[in-house]
Design a protein around this ligand. Structure first.
Ligand SMILES: NC(=O)c1ccc[n+]([C@@H]2O[C@H](COP(=O)([O-])OP(=O)(O)OC[C@H]3O[C@@H](n4cnc5c(N)ncnc54)[C@H](O)[C@@H]3O)[C@@H](O)[C@H]2O)c1
Length: 438
């Protein structure tokens, strides 16, 4: 160790994790953490719980667990809460989501039943296929934001919490692009008071969170906190933010495979991805406007990983298509097919087929946990604004203006771990192996 470690406030007291949206992902996350706490499950897929980090030279044999290396909140200190537009408690919602076995859910039923959603801020203009029945009313969007702020304060005081983080696990909203109302905090606050139509419910949550000193991570492709106005607020309030859209199934596969093709300089002429899924997320994505948000989020990855401008012979002419089909019999057990047309030496074509029978929420739950714990760490380490080191978890990582997002999952992981090394004053690992030349 030769650098100064960053001052990080200790993870004392309790951490509240609030999720707007208490559906399949959120309840699988909550039930999973409770099961792990009780010793009836393992936190598989979670870097904060199971990952290690190599420090120093390989000869030093120092590879502590990440949770022993940086001060993360302990699972036993987490308190759950959230909002939804349906009144089901976390037990009822988890049973309906059908992700986890009822036998497991019944073992933790009393804990889950205690997690009751607060009424959500909702607009059918933004999620067309849901009819929320448990929805806040207010005289304008500023009033709704005030109500959410009051919810956060109540949640914090009632549970005697030290800190709170918010991870958006609500439905995917319709696709919108930035409007003038999103360009500055002043314009945004005026827009809230004027009920501006381009302010989506997810933005009202993000605004309320930041105003209450609560960091915000965005698990859906909605613009949400990804606007200049809310980034300005995050910087003003000294708060970390990140997004967008948990990287779980098919895009996870894409960001594993594409860097491999590029590494071996194999060309790509087409990538056709299709999915069937039958959960509520699939139902919402059946609306073309919500699907458009998802599509934009999913399509970006190849362009950035493969760099067609740098490798025109290999990647200049890719046909990339993504389809999502709502198919109720599958429930949360999605099936994602990829047909990949690649070419090699002298342009000889080859094909790869991937058929990933995944479980969406099983893949997403550890991401919610890691994002909550790392975001809380970032807050205690005084890291404000967009947390690019958390790109590892997202399909469509937020970046500062003028930068392009990093999609290659291996570079993302290196960036994440180097950020942790930096925080603790450890040497960054470049894999140069310069000791041989010393
Ligand atoms: N499961 C995955 O692998 C995965 C991956 C990437 C992103 N996501 C995104 O995560 C989100 C959650 O996915 P899910 O499978 O849990 O979906 P879900 O439909 O089971 O849960 C979403 C919940 O949000 C609620 N909701 C909708 N609008 C709300 C609002 N304005 N305020 C409060 N609650 C609201 C819905 O009633 C529902 O209970 C979706 O946006 C999805 O696209 C999921």
């Amino acid at each position: 160790m030769n650098k100064k470690a960053v001052d990080i406030a200790p993870a004392t007291g309790k951490l509240g994790i609030l999720t707007p949206g208490m559906g399949a992902v959120s309840t699988t996350f909550i039930a999973g953490v409770i099961a792990v706490r009780k010793g009836i499950g393992k936190p598989i897929g979670s870097l904060t719980q199971m990952g290690t980090i190599r420090l120093g030279k390989r000869t030093e044999h120092r590879s502590p667990q990440i949770k022993d290396f940086v001060p993360l909140a302990d699972l036993k200190d987490i308190v759950f809460g959230g909002w939804d537009i349906f009144e089901d408690n976390a037990y009822e919602a988890a049973v309906k989501a059908g992700v986890l076995d009822k036998t497991l859910l019944d073992q933790i039923k009393p804990e889950l039943e205690q997690v009751k959603p607060m009424p959500g801020v909702f607009s059918k203009d933004y999620v067309k296929l849901l009819d929320g029945t448990y929805v806040k009313k207010g005289k304008n969007k500023l009033d709704l934001a005030e109500q959410l702020r009051e919810d956060i304060r109540q949640f914090k005081s009632k549970n005697n919490l030290d800190r709170v983080v918010i991870v958006w696990c609500g439905s995917t909203e319709v696709y919108i692009t930035e409007d003038s109302v999103h360009q500055s905090l002043e314009a945004f606050e005026k827009g809230l008071a004027d009920d501006h139509p381009a302010i989506a419910p997810s933005m009202i949550y993000a605004y309320a969170a930041l105003k209450e000193g609560v960091p915000y991570a965005n698990g859906a492709p909605n613009l949400s906190v990804d606007t200049p106005a809310l980034q300005e607020l995050a910087l003003k309030m000294n708060l970390p933010i990140s997004g967008k859209d948990f990287k779980t199934g098919q895009t996870f596969m894409k960001t594993l495979l594409a860097p491999g093709f590029k590494a071996r300089l194999l060309g790509l002429s087409g990538w056709f991805s299709t999915n069937i899924l039958g959960n509520r997320d699939g139902e919402v994505l059946d609306d073309p406007a919500s699907f458009k948000s998802k599509e934009v989020s999913k399509l970006g990855v190849l362009e950035y990983i493969l760099q067609p401008k740098v490798y025109p012979d290999l990647y200049d002419n890719i046909y990339h298509k993504v389809r999502i089909n709502y198919y109720p019999p599958r429930g949360d057990n999605k099936e994602g097919w990829d047909n990949i047309d690649i070419f090699g030496w002298l342009n000889y074509p080859m094909q790869i087929k991937v058929d990933f029978l995944c479980r969406d929420s099983i893949l997403a739950a550890p991401i919610v946990l890691d994002l909550a714990l790392f975001t809380d760490l970032a807050q205690r380490a005084n890291m404000k604004g967009i947390q690019e080191w958390l790109s590892f978890y997202y399909k469509s990582p937020m970046v500062a203006k003028g930068l392009y997002p990093e999609h290659d999952i291996f570079i993302q992981l290196m960036k994440l771990k180097n950020t942790l090394r930096y925080l603790k004053g450890e040497d960054l690992i470049t894999h140069l192996g310069l000791e041989y030349y010393d």
